[in-house]
Design a protein around this ligand. Structure first.
Ligand code: B12
Ligand code: SF4
Ligand code: SF4
Length: 410
């Protein structure tokens, strides 16, 4: 009789998955204990769902006791451009590679459901589908299936695809023969640990999400401690440093999935234009994008931290305009950005708005974790004021001129 896995693999490939492998979903593992340790240590920060779903996440059978096999899928989202070159340019925003196309949940979910239906029909056994939002530990399952290994940066990387791989899992009640697990191939390399701008790895193979810029830009709602505001540089949604420096990316290829292709406007977008987005323009620009989920105010907070790090005197007017934004989180970030960019303008606004010698309102006070302004005194006088007050046509968000990196791959 034909191996049902061959048919499942070819169906997965036809649906656009780059990898499809099989693992036991019922064998014991140590990942659940490590997850418990992560949560007990508070490393999940404000992701309260990690606490509330802890028991169910501990093992696939805790999710569904009928699970016997896991069909683990990978989809390559490799970039065409060089993220390291883009990140080095602080004058434009940096949006992580995974978020430059359509929301991968939406891209993958429908195909997983289709494939799950095909697996159920083929095996005659029940199936359940998971993609990120359901409480299942996908990386250790992918390692067990042999797709790759969890590197020192904790992500799953593969010999064939490097670091740019989305994961999805289908659990099946059928006993499908497992593939061989992958072993770890990091060796003595520490490139990802050394590259992290916030020191988010307490030890190799362990992450403290509270220090991770991906967590801070996406999951964390409030104003940031100042050390992270400066460390974020130009990163305004997610972070790719630990992935991008990995030497295994030399085997990676650009994604062939049309819906994961980068929207040109999200490669090195101009900070002034993003800072001018109101709510409708934000929603229009990020239709179908994962960025839409964090909302305009949190996004503008991130943009303003990048404005504060830009050392671009041309952005002082942008920060000043947002001092009057209706959102407290945006106002606070604008205060901080202005203080970083221009001491004179900050002093003038302080005087006018009574920030000195009086109690600051809570929102502006969150901007007062100030460091030494990085643009010299007197720059304000040279600035053109008042521009950028209205929301742009979302289709017209432009790349910063002259900052486009060459389409090279490392
Ligand atoms: C929560 C979460 C986050 C959190 C926490 C990240 C993390 N590393 O846990 C935050 C918001 C920070 C985050 C960021 C990112 N995420 Co995320 N995230 C998740 C999610 C929903 C759950 C992960 C989880 O369970 N974490 C809990 C911890 C305990 O898990 P862990 O780190 O894997 O723990 C292992 C190791 O730490 C190790 N370990 C622990 N202690 C010890 C001790 C020793 C001695 C040893 C040897 C090992 C060890 O064993 C643990 C179990 O395997 C998954 C989807 C899913 N359902 O799995 C996506 C997922 C991991 N994220 C993904 C992506 C793409 C990202 C980002 C790259 C996005 C970006 N560019 O900004 C970053 C990467 C940051 C990083 N370095 O990890 C992809 C990763 C794909 C891949 N190839 O690995 C996933 C799988 C989503 C998907 N379906 O594709 N994410
Ligand atoms: S995503 Fe960025 S901040 Fe988070 S661990 Fe990796 S390098 Fe550090
Ligand atoms: S950068 Fe080095 S240590 Fe980090 S995951 Fe890649 S090979 Fe492993």
């Amino acid at each position: 009789m034909a191996d049902p896995r061959d048919i499942i693999r070819s169906q997965a490939s036809a649906l656009g998955f780059d990898v499809c492998r099989f693992a036991s979903a019922s064998d014991p593992w140590s990942a659940g204990e490590k997850l418990a340790h992560f949560v007990e240590a508070g490393r999940h920060g404000e992701m309260g769902w990690m606490e509330t779903t802890l028991e169910r996440r501990a093992h696939p059978t805790a999710m569904w006791d009928g699970a016997r096999s896991a069909v683990v899928l990978g989809m390559n989202y490799g970039p065409k451009t060089d993220p390291l070159a883009e990140m080095a340019d602080r004058s434009a925003g940096y949006i992580s590679v995974y978020a430059r196309g359509d929301d991968y949940h939406e891209v993958i979910k429908g195909r997983l459901k289709t494939l799950a239906g095909q697996i159920a029909a083929k095996t005659g056994e029940d199936v359940k589908v998971f993609v990120d939002t359901a409480p299942l530990m996908e990386k250790p399952l992918a390692q067990r299936a042999g797709i790759g290994w969890q590197g020192k940066h904790t992500n799953l990387l593969s010999r064939d695809h490097g670091n740019w791989l989305f994961l999805g899992v289908i659990l099946s009640a059928a006993a499908l023969e497992p593939d061989a697990a992958e072993t770890e191939h990091c060796g003595s390399c520490t490139a990802c640990l050394d590259a992290c701008p916030t020191g988010a790895f307490p030890a190799p193979f362990q992450l403290d999400a509270r220090r991770c810029l991906s967590y801070l830009t996406i999951e964390f709602a409030g104003p940031w401690p100042v050390e992270f505001r400066t460390a974020t540089g130009s990163r305004i949604y997610g972070c790719d440093d630990c992935l991008a420096v990995c030497p295994w990316n030399k085997f990676a290829a650009a994604s062939k999935e049309a819906r994961l292709q980068s929207r040109g406007a999200l490669e090195q977008p101009a900070l002034a234009e993003l800072a001018a987005l109101d709510d409708p323009a934000f929603r229009a620009l990020f239709t179908k994008s994962p960025i839409k989920r964090i909302g305009r105010d949190r996004f503008l907070r991130n943009v303003l931290y990048a404005v504060g790090n830009s050392a671009d005197a041309g952005l002082v007017a942008t920060a000043e305009r947002l001092l009057d934004d209706p959102s407290p989180i945006v106002r606070g970030a604008a205060v901080w950005a202005l203080g970083r960019l221009d001491a004179e303008a900050f002093g003038r606004e302080s005087g006018t708005r009574g920030w000195r010698g009086k109690r600051m309102r809570g929102s502006e006070a969150n901007g007062l974790f100030l460091t030494t302004p990085s643009v010299g005194r007197g720059t304000a006088a040279r600035l053109r004021r008042g521009g950028g007050g209205s929301s742009p046509d979302p289709r017209s968000i432009s790349r910063r001129q002259g900052s486009q990196s060459p389409p090279s791959r490392r």
